[in-house]
Write a protein that binds this ligand. Structure first.
Ligand code: HOZ
Length: 426
């Protein structure tokens, strides 16, 4: 396979952009590629790189493209907004449409504020929790990733894990000293921590299905314990549903697992492929946000008309009857195809709804302590093999495969056959 144009574009990008990329994981260092793939275009569930190579896509722009690219309902509405004006820094009716769809889908969200990224959403949710409780400590889980604001760059997932970084210079010890860490799914650890420091804890933030150390589902009782302890100690429970929102159920992980947080952060799918995030939750908490309350949060491009309409159109399609049953069935077929293809090889496949990860290690994988046993070199070989066979996977063992509704039977067959060929040769 010829990657000459991507290699040349990378050389050029390096002259202007740090590391040639605008977000670290896409550099593809995690799978040993000398340069990233530069993507030229996409349609349905297929992407084409700058050299014209075509791939079946299982990245979905890291989650947002659940409908695939070029969905007519999304494109048509985006075109109309382009003609009307793309940013006003003033309210528009489109914001109400997206906010209403979110509040209807996720009943724990009584009020919602739009921002421009998941990072902004989580950062703001923690500010609300601290403001409302008057406390400073936050609880997060090792391997969970909540964007790149300072307080979260402690044992973070995603690119921090992929590149084996010791978190980040520039984050003060004071900032991360307020972040208390536990292993994901550590129910006993949670009980002990709250017993010892519960009165100091402003909030507990968790990916209700971890997606940034690969997919790790919540163990039975884990989310329920988090809920109970937060209620008992008057701490705020924040579900970071930037990935899981509208991916594991119409109402997100909170609907799927029946555990209701106080605040929820969203991103990715709610922007339909345009930059967006949101945080929302219980009315009395959200009423502390300016201009109603004094907890400050703002943004010139927040509620951007293009992002609002792409999100609203996407949620409109997802709200149609049977969509999530279809997604579940499709993702289950992706999973069973992989299981059949790996044969007797010791891998672990974790899947929840439309997201899954095949870890190159024996299971169970229930925490970062388990996930770090994965053979990342083997994953890198698998990734390269799949590229060569026209299948585009996340360029890191510690990210999620995102199933898009645009995948066809042929696409699934291509992924299964390429996987079978890899494991047969291993
Ligand atoms: N943090 C994203 C995945 N969880 C990766 C973003 C990117 O590199 O585009």
């Amino acid at each position: 396979m010829n990657f000459e144009t991507s290699a040349r574009l990378f050389e050029e990008a390096l002259r202007y952009i740090p590391g040639g990329v605008n977000s670290p994981v896409r550099a593809m260092k995690g799978v040993g590629m000398p340069h990233p793939l530069f993507i030229a275009r996409a349609r349905g569930a297929h992407v084409w790189d700058a050299d014209g190579n075509e791939y079946v896509d299982f990245v979905s722009s890291w989650g947002p493209m659940i409908l695939g690219w070029g969905h007519p309902q999304v494109v048509q509405r985006l075109r109309a907004v382009l003609d009307d004006g793309t940013s006003f820094g003033a309210p528009t009716a489109l914001e109400i449409e997206l906010a209403r769809l979110i509040c209807e889908a996720v009943p724990s969200i009584e009020l919602v504020r739009m921002v421009n990224s998941g990072t902004e959403a989580t950062m703001s949710a923690v500010r609300v929790a601290r403001g409302a409780t008057g406390r400073e400590k936050i609880v997060k889980f090792v391997g969970c990733y909540h964007g790149h604001s300072d307080a979260f760059l402690a044992a973070a997932g995603s690119g921090v894990l992929t590149l084996s970084l010791p978190d980040s210079p520039g984050v003060t010890r004071g900032t991360t000293a307020d972040t208390l860490l536990l292993e994901y799914n550590d129910v006993a650890g949670l009980e002990a921590l709250f017993e010892e420091r519960g009165e100091e804890i402003a909030c507990l933030i968790v990916e209700p299905v971890a997606g940034n150390m690969g997919v790790v589902p919540p163990a039975p009782g884990f989310l329920e314990t988090a809920r109970r302890l937060c209620t008992e100690y008057d701490a705020v429970l924040v579900f970071d549903e930037v990935i899981t929102g509208f991916r594991v159920a119409w109402g997100g992980a909170q609907e799927r697992f029946g555990v209701i947080p106080d605040l929820t952060t969203l991103g990715k799918i709610i922007g339909g492929g345009l930059p967006v995030g949101a945080f929302g939750g219980r009315r009395e908490l959200m009423e502390t946000v300016a201009p109603l309350g004094s907890t400050y949060q703002a943004g010139t491009l927040a509620g951007n008309p293009l992002a609002m309409v792409a999100g609203a159109a996407t949620l409109g399609v997802l709200s149609e009857p049977g969509v999530y049953e279809g997604l579940e069935a499709l993702a289950a077929r992706v999973e069973s195809g992989l299981r059949a293809a790996v044969g007797e090889t010791a891998v672990t496949i974790n899947r929840v709804g439309g997201m899954l990860t095949m870890f190159f290690c024996e299971g169970p994988v229930a925490s970062w302590a388990d996930a770090k046993r994965a053979d990342t070199t083997a994953y890198a070989r698998y990734h390269r093999h799949m590229l060569e066979h026209g299948v585009y996977l996340a360029p890191s063992q510690y990210e999620a495969t995102m199933v898009s509704l645009a995948l066809t039977d042929d696409d699934l067959r291509r992924a299964q056959e390429a996987t079978a060929a890899f494991f047969a040769a291993a």
